[in-house]
Ligand binder design. Sequence first.
Ligand SMILES: [Zn+2]
Length: 177
Amino acid sequence: MKCYYCKNVIDPEDLELMPKKDKQKNIKYKKDGTIDFHTCHKTCIQEKQIYKQKWENLDNYIKEKFFNIAVPARMYMLLKELHIEADIIQKCFESIENNLLSYISKKVFKDDVAKANYIFGALKNNINTFNENYQKQLINEKIKSESEYEVINTANSISFEFKAPKSINKLTLDFLC
Ligand SMILES: [Zn+2]
């Protein structure tokens, strides 16, 4: 028996059944009327739930900060292409939030998609540096917690520079590369 998510073999004690769902999120039934299940590792289901929760948090954050009602679907298409975890994306947004909001307030966007492009451009200009520093910080924290005689390094706190995207045209070209 293999896991629906990671495709590895499942030991019986790690098995959890997850009902299959159709596109409308309705539970699927087998011909005999019983629920049709995916077989999964318990840990894979938990990871999937954490992943989903992180994206929901990010969605709420972006909606609340930058858009009034709905976030254009394009925003998520672009964010998913980064292949970076949603909580790291959110932390990066938070680090440039004040500057980004002040830039946005001074600009007129022709629609929400143009605004999404701009917001994504600002994130993209900052995310790689942010992520590198964030990963370094995680490693440092791990080393610190593992070390009995730790030396507290106050110099490694993270600071970030806001880089606004130059123009939406430039952004569009970046996406094509
Ligand atoms: Zn698995």
